[in-house]
Design a protein around this ligand. Structure first.
Ligand SMILES: Cc1ncc(COP(=O)(O)O)c(C=O)c1O
Length: 353
């Protein structure tokens, strides 16, 4: 049965699908990953890499100002998430955690699976049934134990939390101080490279990345404004700012599922109201088109969650006009494919035609 989702009956409660990938031999549909194993890693080496910081000639030309890109799409598991998740996993490993449990079928789960493999710690990821085949395949390739449960992330998250035993650590996708501290390393790297942008563009889901950017800037006593971007159907920060407090959205209606947290975390709300910040909304179609143009311009495929931020440059947004030098956090995302971007574009442009 290995390589297939096996259905296990539960004596109480809903059925849970489980698949174990801990054994050494690769199973059908699972790639063998030839990357540094724990023994090859220096003890002090973080799990994320210092990503390239590049001036974008095409985007600078469109906007008529200097647009810089922090290329976190090039992190080994495909997104910035490994900064915070890696830091949290290393910290829990140091404290003796024997297993990591995650509830993200997206980039946070992938980062946890990657971190666990690098540290030699088993990882269980509980994902809702809606998780794409592509995301499941990536998690299996990182040798995580995959548990499929429930219709929504809330269902998967509740089960994940109940599975965390003694000496095990739950790795939250966005609401954890350890994550924010890890994400803040992105700001350290930008400043170490001697770039002082006038504004930073960042995508917002649950608000972990935003919280990390503010933590990084405060570490250096900098008040560089942030432009926080969401798709209109996943606008939990925008709605919270309108309401003056975090509010739970009834539903997420966006293909940018990585931005699909129904409610922003309290820390992100605190950051958004105490740090200079502007909120921007883009459409799903704009986010997808930005992803496609970015492939042509910079030869890197990112998710619409990241395309949302890139949209501000591709649309030469008036929100950028006050700033001479703008940094875009190219947060990445590994769960989209070229074919899927094309399908989304066709469907969305048909819907708006
Ligand atoms: C590629 C990508 N960009 C942005 C975000 C948003 O990050 P956060 O939930 O920390 O706001 C996510 C979250 O999963 C993501 O995967």
């Amino acid at each position: 049965m290995r390589g297939m989702i096996r259905r296990l009956g539960c004596s109480q409660g809903p059925r849970v699908g489980m698949e174990s990938q801990h054994q050494n031999a690769p199973s059908a549909g699972t790639c063998l990953i030839l990357s540094p194993q724990p023994s090859a890693l220096k003890k002090t080496m973080p799990l994320h890499i210092n990503t390239p910081l590049i001036a974008s000639a095409p985007l600078s030309a469109i906007c008529g100002r200097a647009i810089w890109l922090k290329m976190d799409a090039l992190q080994p598991p495909g997104s910035f998430k490994i900064r915070g998740v890696g830091h949290a996993c290393e910290e829990h490993h140091r404290r003796g955690a024997r297993r990591f449990v995650s509830s993200s079928g997206g980039n946070a789960g992938l980062a946890a699976a990657y971190a666990g493999r690098q540290l030699g710690v088993p990882v269980t990821v509980v994902v809702p049934e809606s998780t794409t085949a592509r995301a499941r395949q990536l998690l299996r390739a990182e040798q995580a134990e995959l548990v499929v449960h429930g219709a929504s992330w809330q269902d998967a998250n509740a089960l994940a939390q109940s599975l965390v035993g003694a000496d095990e650590a739950f790795i939250h996708p966005f609401d954890d101080p350890l994550l924010w501290t890890g994400h803040a390393s992105l700001i350290d790297e930008v400043l170490d490279a001697d770039l002082r942008p006038d504004a930073i563009v960042v995508s917002v889901g649950g608000g972990g990345l935003l919280s990390g950017m503010v933590e990084g800037l405060r570490r250096h006593q900098l008040e560089i404004p942030l432009i926080a971007v969401e798709t209109s159907g996943a606008a939990s920060l925008h709605r919270a700012l309108e309401a003056g407090q975090p509010v739970e959205m009834a539903a997420i209606d966006s293909i940018a599922t990585s931005l699909g947290a129904k409610q922003i975390c309290n820390q992100a709300m605190h950051c958004a109201t105490t740090h200079p910040l502007r909120s921007a909304l883009v459409t799903d179609l704009q986010a997808v088109q930005a992803c496609e143009r970015f492939i042509d311009d910079h030869r890197v495929l990112v998710e619409p969650a990241c395309g949302a931020s890139l949209t501000l440059a591709y649309q030469a947004s008036p929100l950028l006009e006050d700033f001479e030098t703008v940094l875009i956090v190219v947060c990445g995302g590994a769960t989209a494919t070229l074919a899927q971007l094309g399908d989304w574009r066709n469907r969305l442009s048909g819907a708006t035609a």
